[in-house]
Design a protein around this ligand. Structure first.
Ligand code: GLN
Length: 533
């Protein structure tokens, strides 16, 4: 079967949920037996979001092969339960980098290198790349930003050319817009949608489907109006009403027949009846919790929920499987002190210390880890959160008051967290952390082993600093055990405290591998421990 292409663009405003719509469409096509993947094109100049502040761009999602990507890739993986890779995440920066490198190599010898055709050709090459592998029936390409942005223009032009080059039944363009509701008039307004579609048409691109994000149901008159003025069939005007959970959106899209319209347009003859048994089972559990728990998420980017996206989603999956509503309390680590920690954490059933970089908020995280350790509250430390747990233990149990990570104090007398030799030599910051999947061997009889139920695991990483092996034995003797290690390098991947019901720190990011239909064992057990606390 030939690979088919769907392009998803957005208009009127950003944050309409293109990622969720793309993932929902992909989910429905996958449920019909098709092989689907999604890729994201981001129009900014950064080569990848690896060095973007979480306040700018939310969480940086990491793939198996170590790409630092947009958080939408997380949605794609959670909805489809298939891994993405470097090829699924492309920025304008990456496109230019490739073209400029080719120019230096002499690939365009004698030619002036221009946005059209050279940049647009490179965009087109990347849009077709996954399709050419023969692994997919449908490739969905989501374009970040909104139509009309200067930086989106080369992407719109590339899609226009592809729409012209490909057969009619091989490509579909979906445009997501906003239908604002004017309270004074008690009316949904279609004009911004009309303008946005007109902008696409001015650039030579005709959408096949218009998905309207709305807080109120659309009448058939509104559908007809949008269809008429935007030049699409009335059944191709789709309502996307606000949902209580993003995981309901595939079902809402199915009710709106989005999948059927795409199947018809792309003549996807292999499509079967949708099979969404596991998904609906998950939704059912999600909607009918039997208990509730309160878990503190101690971090420093708590003002922006997107900064901890995958962690919050992993709790939703783990909550559903435990038939338990997990109420997450995001606590700012800068505001936690030894004086107020009891007040802040006393009603919590568990404490998670979040990943992070830099000095800000470190001491508050140490205080929170100490409280969880001493009060025997279930604790999970992720990446920096695990490093914090080690620092805390070294300070208060081993008595090394100045224990620190060299990320913050390069001259620390007790550098329990430090850089590996190969990291010390690096001068370039972008893409040089320990990134992507690494193996870890679990110690039989440990809590980690009990949780995973096997000896060999593989988890995704994104950090530069490591537990300093010079202190592992001393920590071990004092009751903090390194129960997971990378067999090749000997690097510590997991620590736990022997005399604690549930205290675990992991150098990797389990949240990236949690799925609604396959919750991560660490989050599942952590929520179960919180339930029992
Ligand atoms: N800043 C720490 C490091 O680089 C932890 C990173 C993280 O939490 N992702 O090692």
């Amino acid at each position: 079967m030939k690979t088919k292409y769907v392009f998803v663009l957005g208009g009127v405003t950003s944050s309409l949920g293109k990622g969720i719509i793309s993932a929902s469409l992909a989910k429905l096509l996958q449920a019909r037996g098709l092989r689907v993947t999604i890729q994201k094109f981001d129009p900014y100049i950064n080569v990848d979001p690896g060095m973007l502040n979480p306040y700018e761009h939310g969480e940086c999602y990491v793939t198996e092969d170590g790409a630092e990507t947009d958080l939408d890739l997380g949605h794609y993986e959670r909805f489809l339960n298939v891994p993405t890779s470097k090829a699924n995440s492309v920025t304008t920066g990456r496109i230019y980098q490739t073209v400029i490198q080719k120019e230096r190599e002499g690939a365009f010898l004698g030619k002036t290198v221009q946005v059209v055709p050279h940049i647009t050709d490179e965009i087109k090459r990347r849009m077709m790349m996954l399709g050419k592998t023969g692994h997919y029936d449908v490739v969905i390409s989501e374009i970040g930003g909104t139509v009309g942005d200067i930086e989106s223009q080369p992407f719109v032009e590339a899609i226009r050319q592809l729409q012209w080059e490909l057969e009619d039944e091989d490509c579909a363009v979906l445009h997501l817009t906003l239908l604002p509701f004017l309270n004074a008039a008690k009316e949904l307004k279609t004009k911004p949608t009309q303008h946005s579609v007109r902008m696409l048409q001015q650039n030579g691109l005709q959408p096949d489907i218009i998905v309207c994000r709305t807080e109120h149901h659309m009448t058939s008159d509104i559908r007809k109006k949008i269809a008429l003025f935007c030049n699409v069939k009335p059944n191709a005007v789709i309502e996307s009403i606000d949902a209580r959970s993003i995981y309901q959106v595939p079902m809402l899209m199915m009710e709106e027949k989005l999948d059927e319209i795409i199947i018809q347009k792309l003549q996807l003859k292999a499509a079967k009846e949708p099979e969404l048994h596991e998904w609906t089972k998950f939704l059912d559990k999600l909607q009918h919790p039997k208990t509730e728990v309160d878990i503190a998420l101690v971090g420093k980017y708590v003002e922006l929920q997107d900064a901890y996206k995958s962690i919050l989603e992993a709790f939703i999956h783990a909550g559903a499987t435990n038939e338990c509503k997990v109420r997450i309390h995001c606590l700012h680590s800068e505001h936690i002190t030894a004086d107020n920690v009891t007040e802040k954490l006393k009603n919590m059933h568990a404490v998670l210390v979040a990943p992070g970089f830099g000095e800000r908020g470190i001491e508050g995280k140490i205080v929170a880890a100490q409280y969880a350790r001493e009060q025997k509250i279930p604790f999970l430390g992720i990446c920096l959160g695990m490093q914090i747990a080690v620092i805390e233990y070294a300070r208060h149990v081993l008595g090394h008051k100045e224990a620190m990570t060299t990320e913050i104090d390069a001259a620390s007398k007790y550098p329990v967290i430090a850089l590996m030799e190969d990291q010390k030599r690096l001068t370039i910051k972008g893409g040089t952390m320990r990134l992507g999947a690494y193996e870890c061997t679990l110690q039989k009889g440990s809590l980690a082993y009990k949780i995973y139920g096997k000896e060999q695991i593989s988890e995704r990483h994104r950090h530069r600093y490591e537990v300093n092996n010079a202190y592992v034995e001393e920590l071990h003797k004092a009751g903090m055990l390194a129960t997971g290690k990378n067999a090749e390098t000997g690097l510590v991947e997991i620590v736990e405290i022997k005399e604690h019901p549930f205290f675990i720190g992991v150098q990797f990011h389990p949240e990236f591998k949690s799925r609604p239909v396959d919750p991560h064992p660490l989050f599942r057990s952590f929520v179960a421990a919180a339930k029992g606390a």
